[in-house]
Write a protein that binds this ligand. Structure first.
Ligand SMILES: NC(=O)c1ccc[n+]([C@@H]2O[C@H](COP(=O)([O-])OP(=O)(O)OC[C@H]3O[C@@H](n4cnc5c(N)ncnc54)[C@H](O)[C@@H]3O)[C@@H](O)[C@H]2O)c1
Length: 366
């Protein structure tokens, strides 16, 4: 992984495990600072698919250079992006007409996952370029090549691994993000800090980020770059090193399914609060580190409790559909005092354990 700084922008070059060609992730403070030299080289058979709910200002800032090069039918709006097979099929129908040589996805993680999945299957794999427009997608979903669709009430049940050729984004896109979506992105950022506490934890606790106002998002530029560098390095490796990114996701994904419309980063925050408590109880993580992490989640306005009305049995039922359950045991990937590790919990013990952890965590509320 190599991080290069230009006058204002940064670029990270990394080689995903199993790939021959390096990939590039670029971030610029403003749209005008982005390196768009690649746009001019785009094939006339490029397909652009963007989230139709993007504010006009954001969509047009990104689309203008493409409009000059591509016919209108190559630029399509996805009205209400969902990670569903139905929407993937709609994209395939459009792809059949255009036969794209490259697909560009513009939007948050929902759009980039959906479009990347569809492209990765089309013609046995069509290259993609991502232009993520949410904090969560810039910092996390755009790196790693995981393209999952939700199926039968299970997150990312159907998917592919296919890395984008390039990711190009700008912090300016975040200025129009609703506050809740902006905050959700910090769920994943705090995950990086919980897993790699060193520098990131200090930076997060010391900078006075006003996360209630995405207008100040430029203050997070360095933080976002640091997290992207960590994730790029992780995807160069394999095994547990890469899987650690699933911290908080066992419970988080189940909550996302149970509570339709809930935000990914918020569900992961609750997941980390619980899975971190599990790590403390299992004796692999110090209580002090868990308290720090929980404090950070709360100070960024993120939830840490299982929402009222969600029963532990319902939660466990949803968790069984996810790939971290093998039929008899649940695997939790958690930070530990020497990096990260797996904690295995037998199926019949989980409901009782979650209830106990809930009680224990509430008793430690400062
Ligand atoms: N592939 C991966 O490795 C990976 C990692 C993390 C999360 N994800 C997936 O990402 C998804 C969540 O992504 P998300 O949090 O980006 O949500 P999202 O894509 O659903 O976007 C959230 C909302 O923000 C709006 N929006 C997007 N950009 C905007 C902008 N610049 N200004 C104003 N509004 C804007 C969208 O229209 C939407 O209403 C989940 O499905 C999750 O599973 C994937």
């Amino acid at each position: 992984m190599v991080l290069t700084r230009f006058s204002r922008a940064v670029s990270i070059e990394y080689l995903p495990a199993g790939e021959r060609a390096p990939r590039r992730w670029d971030l610029a403070p403003r749209f005008g600072d982005s390196d768009l030299s690649w746009v001019a080289d785009a094939s006339p058979r490029t397909l652009i698919a963007y989230d139709g709910r993007l504010p006009r200002r954001v969509a047009e800032s990104i689309l203008t250079p493409f409009r000059e090069l591509l016919p209108d039918e190559n630029i399509i709006q996805i009205e209400h992006p969902k990670k569903s097979l139905l929407q993937a099929r709609r994209l395939w129908s459009i792809m059949m007409g255009i036969k794209p040589e490259c697909v560009v996805a513009i939007g948050g993680g929902t759009t980039t996952d959906l479009v990347s999945f569809a492209a990765s299957c089309f013609n046995r794999g069509t290259p993609t370029i991502l232009i993520p427009t949410t904090l969560l997608a810039i910092v996390d979903a755009s790196i790693g090549g995981k393209n999952g669709l939700d199926y039968q009430r299970c997150k990312n049940a159907i998917g592919t691994i296919s890395h984008p050729m390039r990711v190009s984004s700008s912090m300016e896109a975040l200025e129009t993000l609703p506050c809740g979506e902006y905050r959700s992105g910090f769920g994943e950022i705090i995950k990086f800090a919980a897993l790699f506490p060193g520098k990131l934890m200090d930076r997060l606790t010391s900078i006075a980020l006003d996360i209630s106002n995405p207008d100040n998002c430029q203050d997070a530029f360095e933080l976002v770059t640091e997290c992207a560098a960590i994730k790029s390095e992780l995807v160069e490796g394999t095994g547990l090193g890469r899987e650690c990114m699933l911290y908080g996701h066992n419970i988080g994904h189940a909550l996302e399914v149970i509570r339709k419309g809930s935000r990914h980063g918020e569900c992961v925050a609750i997941g980390m609060a619980f899975e971190g408590a599990l790590a403390v109880k299992a004796g692999v993580l110090s209580e002090q580190r868990w308290v720090e992490q929980r404090h950070l989640l709360r100070s960024f306005g993120l939830p840490i409790d299982i929402p009222r009305g969600v029963r532990m049995t319902t939660l466990v039922h949803a968790m069984k559909r996810y790939r971290l359950f093998d039929g008899t045991e649940f695997t939790f990937i958690v930070p530990c005092d020497k990096g990260f590790t797996r904690v295995l919990v037998p199926e019949d013990q989980l409901p009782g354990l979650l209830t106990e952890l809930d009680r224990w965590a509430r008793s430690r509320r400062g």
